[in-house]
Design a protein. Structure first.
Length: 317
């Protein structure tokens, strides 16, 4: 009985001690951090539109009613130093958007972005890379995974390009598949199975298991040949349906229309911003200190950057 009494007293003192570790901090003693404008805009000579996303940050100790989100009533201006264009708000897509004809985006030219919302204002500058880099060689293949009865078909792509020598360069690779295939539409009352042909675009996913990803720089690799990681995309699988006791199987009968392979020659802002976002998202270790997201927006957060895209399009004969 005596040992149990001692244990009870010890646990009581321990729990009281734990409670004493909790300290209420007065709201006035918390850091006062204001919400900031967050701007994302990536311009390119090859883009059909100029798009600017304007939101606001939510401070760590913000009021509960501060939701952040899109700012629809800002004044967004883009200038090349001579001409200036006001970018209007697109209600349907919840961003500021204009056709590229309002202000030509040219290789080698410097652009200035400003965003004003009430008393808050931010600005940023970027220069479009002068040269487009085009893939030189490529390899397209298919691979299979899974069992014979449930086999997945993957299309793979890998391509090379030559670095621009004598200067620091930053690259991003992107690839897309334009595919035509059959999808089941309906089974008629008479048991007739119907299909229709559709076209869709699928983006390749990059294999970064060997330490490389879709972002590259030529630091210590000036003038060399670069290669992309292996890109993979799943082709549509057969689909089976039951109707009135009968089983119908629709085979996609896939037909490749084209494969577009791109190399973005980006500025430093584009590279650093996207790599910082990617690095933060890829961290699976909960004990790693959070990394800062790169920004070049003066007075706010986000990124205003540019890239020059070179394309190689493969079309089967």
């Amino acid at each position: 009985m005596f040992p149990r009494y001692i244990i009870f007293i010890f646990l009581t003192l321990f729990l009281v001690g734990c409670e004493s570790l909790v300290t209420d901090v007065d709201k006035g003693d918390l850091p006062q951090v204001e919400s900031k404008l967050v701007v994302q805009c990536f311009i390119s000579p090859q883009s059909a539109r100029i798009n600017v996303v304007v939101t606001e940050s939510i401070p760590l100790f913000a009021e509960p009613d501060l939701k952040g989100g899109v700012i629809p009533n800002a004044v967004v201006k883009l200038s090349d130093g001579t001409r200036e264009a006001v970018i209007p708000f697109d209600t349907a897509n919840q961003l500021y958007s204009a056709d590229k004809s309002v202000l030509a985006i040219l290789p080698g030219k410097t652009y200035f972005l400003s965003v004003v919302n009430g008393i808050r204002s931010v600005k940023a500058t970027c220069t479009v890379p002068a040269t487009a880099v085009v893939p030189t060689t490529y390899k397209i293949d298919t691979s299979f995974s899974g069992s014979i009865s449930a086999r997945d078909t993957l299309l793979t792509v890998k391509y090379n390009w030559n670095d621009i020598s004598g200067q620091t360069n930053y690259y991003r690779v992107r690839a897309a598949l334009d595919l035509e295939y059959s999808v089941p539409e309906e089974v008629s009352a008479g048991g007739e199975f119907k299909e229709r042909r559709v076209r869709n675009r699928f983006n390749f996913n990059w294999d970064d298991t060997i330490g490389r990803n879709d972002f590259r720089s030529d630091v210590n690799l000036d003038g060399t040949e670069f290669s992309s990681p292996i890109g993979r995309v799943n082709l549509p699988d057969p689909l089976s349906y039951s109707s009135n006791g009968a089983v119908y199987t629709s085979y996609p009968k896939s037909k490749i229309i084209s494969i577009t392979m791109e190399v973005y020659n980006t500025d430093e802002h584009y590279f650093k911003y996207h790599r910082s976002v990617q690095t933060r998202g890829d961290s699976d270790n909960p004990f790693v200190e959070p990394s800062l997201i790169y920004t070049n927006i003066e007075g706010g957060l986000g990124c205003f950057a540019a890239y020059n895209s070179g394309q190689l399009v493969y079309r089967p004969k």
